[in-house]
Write a protein that binds this ligand. Structure first.
Ligand code: 7TS
Length: 426
């Protein structure tokens, strides 16, 4: 039965989805104002998408619209603006749920990003379920954010990390993975797509193997959601985390997906306003999902921006974009092969647009600085994946990471910049 308040908060029906026009990179680039910029007097060639992606006009406009016309706190006001802000915030949650095919929007917890999502799991599920002598399986190719929270938990509890090794192409050794399970295995936490190697891990198979041992799985999807469609129910994982800023949304917003069965039984992460049902000095009861995990005023604008990024991805030919990117990656591999003394890290059979490499013994920071003079933005360093650097016995690498708005001209500018680097270092 609907109450008068329900009627006040009713949403207009979503417009029927129109088929997206076929992918056209020139048209797509026009959606991203920053790409028209000059850097060091040269057109910007942005190849640092693994660190953060650029934002389409639609996302920038959604933020501006929120602050210009809708700003209020959520879940606490009966006044007009508060209702509008709450509706927009919850609409964003529903968009996320649909985007990753969650069973319910109660399974979508807004967090700051992948890092906070993983820390939330470690500090709630982990602290409650993992004890002395227990084991957590991760991989050799994890980003530090899927190592350090587990390492800290292990230190506190006397538990152990077990690590799935990878081969030199950057592919996980699944045979070894199968042998790592013991009666003490409590969680498998794996990276979906490597931020250094671009490897797309066979996460569905990894989940199935874990489930055969009765072990739940968390997948770090930070590098996956910008490149391919993710369906958490098809994957079957219990937890999935990702960051908005890598998928064309603002910084400071991300998602923890958790299956309702798990989230329901987990204790809260932080205490404060909005996450309770009742507070008395003798007794506190917690709110329902998802509020239980969202203490305090959330990142309202960020969530709305994330919703706008999802709308944007739904409005373009995302599958066409993925195909275009795959083609661009192939081109990049081909032309980079022609740069003398360039050694590519990560040549997995199944990979997306990440190109990490060393160039002779020239320090990646020098490579990055010289490329910047040509307007080419890449990342240089250990990429928050020191175990990967250790695998290849290098301190650092240069990384070009692609998005669907990059072009062959961008890759050509990278290659030409690398020839300049070689000339300078003779
Ligand atoms: N997991 C993966 C696979 C990542 O690539 C990153 C960030 C994170 C987790 C953490 O995401 P955050 O949004 O919480 O910071 N990766 C990178 C990168 O490759 N370059 O800069 C950040």
């Amino acid at each position: 039965m609907s109450s008068p308040l329900d009627i006040l908060t009713l949403q207009p029906p979503e417009p029927a989805a129109r088929p997206a026009p076929p992918f056209d990179v020139r048209r797509i680039r026009a959606d991203f104002p920053i790409l028209g910029q000059q850097v060091q007097g040269q057109p910007l060639v942005y190849l640092d998408n693994g660190a953060t992606a650029q934002k389409p006009r639609a996302v920038i406009d959604a933020l501006s619209h929120y602050y210009t016309d809708q700003n209020a706190n959520v879940h606490r006001g009966v006044h007009h603006l508060s209702q509008i802000a709450t509706d927009a915030y919850e609409a964003a949650r529903r968009k996320v749920a649909t985007f990753i095919n969650a069973a319910s929007d109660r399974e979508i917890i807004f967090v700051r990003g992948t890092t906070e999502g993983i820390n939330l799991i470690a500090q709630t599920f982990g602290r409650e379920q993992i004890g002395e002598g227990d084991e957590i399986i991760i991989t050799e190719m994890e980003h530090h954010s899927n190592i350090v929270p587990w390492w800290m938990l292990c230190r506190e509890k006397g538990a152990k990390l077990r690590v799935i090794p990878m081969n030199d192409r950057g592919e996980l050794c699944l045979d070894t993975y199968q042998t790592l399970f013991t009666s003490r295995t409590k969680l498998v936490s794996i990276i979906h797509i490597s931020n250094v190697l671009g490897t797309v891990n066979p996460v569905r198979e990894i989940v199935q193997i874990a489930h055969a041992h009765g072990v739940p799985v968390h997948i770090d999807g930070a590098q996956a959601v910008p490149h391919q469609r993710v369906d958490v129910r098809a994957l079957g994982c219990e937890f999935y985390t990702f960051s908005g800023h890598k998928m064309f949304a603002p910084t400071g917003i991300g998602v923890l997906y958790g299956s309702e069965t798990y989230l329901d039984t987990m204790p809260p992460y932080q205490g404060g306003g909005s996450m309770i049902q009742s507070v008395d000095f003798d007794n506190i009861t917690y709110g329902n999902l998802p509020n239980k995990f969202e203490a305090g005023t959330p990142n309202i604008a960020g969530s709305i921006g994330l919703g706008a990024a999802i709308d944007y991805l739904n409005s373009i030919d995302f599958d066409g974009a993925a195909k275009y990117e795959a083609n661009l990656l192939e081109y990049a591999h081909d032309v980079l092969r022609g740069v003398p003394d360039l050694k590519m890290l990560g040549t997995a059979e199944c990979k997306v647009g990440v190109l990490s490499f060393t160039l002779s013994d020239i320090h990646p920071h020098d490579v990055g600085t010289i490329l910047d003079q040509a307007g080419v933005a890449v990342r240089a360093g250990h990429h928050c994946a020191q175990p990967v650097m250790k695998h290849y016995d290098i301190p650092a690498a240069t990384r070009a990471s692609l998005s669907f708005y990059n072009t062959r001209e961008d890759i050509d500018a990278l290659v030409s910049g690398l020839h300049t680097v070689r000339k300078i270092f003779g």
